[in-house]
Design a protein around this ligand. Structure first.
Ligand SMILES: Cc1ncc(C[n+]2csc(CCOP(=O)(O)OP(=O)(O)O)c2C)c(N)n1
Ligand SMILES: [Mg+2]
Length: 336
């Protein structure tokens, strides 16, 4: 079945649409490559792929300004690429190499970039939500007009610390957008099996925080909602909640056989709602791009991704004396 086409004419330039296509494709192809490297044993430990959810970060990055911050969970490669981190550094970190963002010592879930204001990569479910409120507190204190995007999942949205963060964020009018990436599953548990209330964003109402539900398979809808949320925060009105309805095509992590849902369910989403195919259709039907133009973008992305894998493979593993750097202890323990 062909991807569902939007009936409303998008208020967006050809260049902008092409940039979204490109940015989403980079995430997808990068992660497909990461999946391959994992299969070859070049990536160890955990690896949570974002494939299917690309429109969420690409749409919200389109609403962000230089200096805005982002913090997220372990499903973080898309967030890093979307905010402009170097694919070479991300792939080298995934493979545990010296050229990685955490010098090969952090892996998939623990990468950071001061330059791009990316504050991780967190393996503890929902831990990043109060951290996001804290980042926004710092910006409010400095009165610098910056906004923080704190991303978390539907599973995380059932954690108590989220509501402590909501309470303080509204109380202190913190410039933070709480982004619930509702991909309908928390590991093998569907939202239907875990959650009483029909919507997550409405829980903010109890704290006086406005919010809304957004179609997370439509990058333009995400961008529009993001702009509204960011404008609210920058105007000093406090936090905003976006519940973005999305879907992950792959298992929870590389080691998940995904037996809790049918293949048909996943295929239907891919066929009818795919975020990249939707933009591709908009570009072609609106005659903003030709098949040749898109092929050129595809080729360019393939080269970037292949180069990142080559860079990672050529980068050495961290030297042994690196064991004692970037940790709390300042000195190696003395021999007994
Ligand atoms: C505090 C804590 N509890 C449990 C886990 C194990 N765990 C890891 S991911 C996950 C599911 C989270 O699902 P969700 O928030 O929907 O994010 P998604 O994986 O769908 O992106 C759980 C329970 C953990 N890492 N941390
Ligand atoms: Mg989830």
């Amino acid at each position: 079945m062909a991807p569902r086409k939007s009936t409303k004419k998008p208020n967006v330039s050809a260049e902008e649409l092409k940039a979204y296509y490109r940015d989403m494709l980079l995430i997808r192809r990068f992660e497909e490559k990461a999946g391959q490297l994992y299969g070859m044993g070049l990536i160890g430990g955990f690896c949570h792929l974002y494939i299917g959810q690309e429109a969420v970060v690409v749409g919200l990055e389109a609403a962000a300004e230089e200096g805005d911050k982002r913090v997220t969970s372990y499903r973080d490669h898309g967030h890093m690429l979307a905010c402009g981190m170097d694919p070479n550094g991300v792939m080298a970190e995934l493979t545990g190499r010296e050229g990685g963002y955490s010098k090969g010592k952090g892996g998939s879930m623990h990468m950071f970039s001061k330059e791009k204001h990316f504050y991780g990569g967190h393996g503890i479910v929902a831990a990043q939500v109060p951290l996001g409120a804290g980042l926004a507190f710092a910006d409010k204190y400095k009165d610098n007009g910056r906004v923080t995007f704190a991303y978390f999942g539907d599973g995380a949205a059932n954690q108590g610390q989220v509501y402590e963060a909501y309470n303080m964020a509204e109380l202190w009018s913190l410039p933070v957008v709480f982004v619930i990436e509702n991909n309908q599953y928390a590991m093998g548990t569907s939202t239907k099996r875990s959650t009483m209330s029909p919507s997550y964003w409405e829980r903010g109402v109890a704290y006086g925080i406005p919010g809304e539900e957004v179609d997370g398979m439509d990058v333009l809808a995400v961008k529009e909602a993001g702009q509204k949320a960011v404008a609210h925060c920058r105007a000093g009105k406090g936090p905003y909640i976006l519940e973005i309805k999305t879907y992950r095509y792959r298992g929870h992590s590389m080691s998940d056989p995904a037996k809790y849902r049918t293949r048909e369910e996943v295929q239907k989403m891919r066929d009818e709602r795919d975020p990249i195919e939707q933009v591709r259709a908009l570009l072609l039907t609106g005659e903003h791009a030709t098949e040749e133009d898109l092929k050129a973008i595809d080729k360019d992305i393939k080269n970037i991704v292949n180069e990142s894998a080559e860079f990672a493979k050529a980068s050495p593993e961290p030297a042994l004396d690196e064991l004692w750097t970037d940790i709390y202890a300042t000195e190696a323990p003395q021999e007994a």
